[in-house]
Design a protein around this ligand. Structure first.
Ligand code: FAD
Length: 398
């Protein structure tokens, strides 16, 4: 292991525990998720309760509930590499049906035991959902523009503001809300835990988006919403720091799932192209068809190495700043490569690639947002460029 945490990536050399987990996740995706994709698409992502119950039960049976969270709260306590192995499998399925696996945002790791008991434990039992609200109308890539505020009240804090694109905000019971505590004329970015049933919370828009996913991404307003003095994650003023550490994990998740998406896309498209004949030949024998797939195979393999490298560094306790840069590289590369791969596969399927029943068509729509959320591609490039200057080229490349 070198100073910056780089290690030989030997993902084929998995332990028995890791192989077992990978196998369980793979079977869960093949047996419980993929068969529901077309139904989910027809229903605009909203499966009936009976189907959701089946997915949850299958996830419990497969031991996939709560992933990275601590076993004492009902999680699995996975390493980052174990998380990669599972997310890679989940990425092989469309329509985000995997969102029905009981889980919660990794940020709860920084919550007090009281908050974890109240919200995280029931979330991991599949009894409630959470959502994470940072983005605002005027604050997307630039969180310094956040206008949501909190001030101290007799009971704790009063929150005011409007949050955009709150994924699962339509079904969540609890929201983690970024707001600036205003104290002594200073702004202290803080993550507040907000019970969604509190007075003063209103959903003011619930627009349609490109993908057909289980939950919406509504706009939610907060008017004098009062939370308790203990309803804070990461301490008063600690919001930015907690969020930074959490971003590396979320970006690794996007990269891991993107690698899985390319795997599925290539599986189905190679199968089709080697069976389809036009002009007296298999279409796979035309280089215009097989070369884009070869390029995607190279992309998928390179992306997998990048993602595994990040996971292994995090597990080895490497410098979090380096992990942050490396996670940005993995997210940037894989999210762009996976969407290119989906586009190429649509082309290889021809007219069939434009049908919503086709996996490549669904991935083409679904993978697009991976270049936008958790920091756009441009923001990842900014982070990487800053790393080149501050940490040096060699550290960034090795
Ligand atoms: C489906 C969906 C779900 C989401 N879920 C959540 C959620 O659950 N919680 C949450 O808080 N947010 C969520 N978001 C918000 C998402 O994180 C933001 O959309 C994203 O960070 C970009 O912010 P923005 O949309 O305001 O775009 P802007 O920041 O306005 O950016 C517009 C364009 O300008 C570029 N740009 C901006 N600044 C720079 C710069 N400095 N250098 C170069 N280029 C720049 C961007 O890359 C982009 O191309 C979600 C978004 C979507 C679409």
């Amino acid at each position: 292991m070198s100073e910056n945490g780089s290690a030989a990536v030997v993902v084929d050399d998995l332990s028995e525990r890791e192989l077992d987990l990978q196998g369980r996740a793979r079977r869960f995706v093949d047996d419980a998720l993929i068969p529901l994709e077309e139904e989910a698409e027809r229903l605009h992502g909203r499966l009936p309760d009976s189907r959701i119950a089946e997915v949850k039960a299958a996830a419990v049976d497969a031991g996939l509930v709560g992933g990275l969270h601590k076993p004492e709260y009902g999680g699995q306590g996975w390493s980052s590499l174990e998380w990669f192995l599972v997310e890679e499998q989940l990425g092989r399925s469309t329509n985000a049906i995997s969102w029905h696996i009981p889980n919660a945002y990794n940020v709860w790791d920084h919550a007090s035991p009281e908050l974890a008991e109240r919200w995280l434990v029931p979330a991991l039992r599949g009894e409630l959902r959470d959502a994470y609200a940072v983005t605002e109308k005027g604050a997307g890539s630039d969180p310094s523009q956040i206008e949501a505020t909190a001030v101290r009240s007799d009971g704790g804090f009063l929150i005011n503001g409007e949050k955009w694109f709150v994924t699962s905000g339509d079904v969540a019971s609890v929201l983690v809300v970024m707001a600036n505590l205003i104290e002594d004329g200073e702004k202290h970015p803080t993550l507040f835990v907000v019970d969604k049933s509190l007075p003063g919370i209103e959903t003011v828009a619930d627009p349609a988006f490109t993908h057909s996913y289980p939950d919406g991404h509504p706009t939610i307003t907060f008017t004098d919403v009062e939370v308790g003095s203990g309803d804070v994650i990461g301490g008063v003023g600690g919001g930015d720091e907690v969020q930074r550490s959490w971003f590396s994990e979320e970006r690794l998740g996007i990269a891991s799932r993107g690698v899985g998406s390319m795997w599925r896309l290539l599986d189905e498209t190679v199968d089709w192209a080697t069976g389809r004949e036009q002009g007296g030949s298999r279409i796979f024998d035309y280089q215009g068809v097989s070369f884009p797939l070869a390029d995607s195979a190279a992309d998928a393999t390179a992306g997998r190495l990048l993602a595994v490298d990040v996971a292994e560094r995090i597990d080895a306790g490497a410098d979090p700043k380096i992990c942050h840069h490396k996670a940005s590289m993995a997210k940037l590369f894989v999210s762009e490569a996976a969407w290119r791969c989906a586009d190429r596969c649509v082309q290889v399927f021809g007219g069939r690639g434009y049908l919503r029943s086709n996996v490549a068509e669904r991935f083409l729509r679904e993978l697009r947002v991976d270049r936008i959320w958790e920091g756009t591609s441009e923001i990842q490039r900014l982070i990487i460029a800053r790393g080149l200057e501050r940490r040096g080229v060699e550290t960034m490349l090795h």
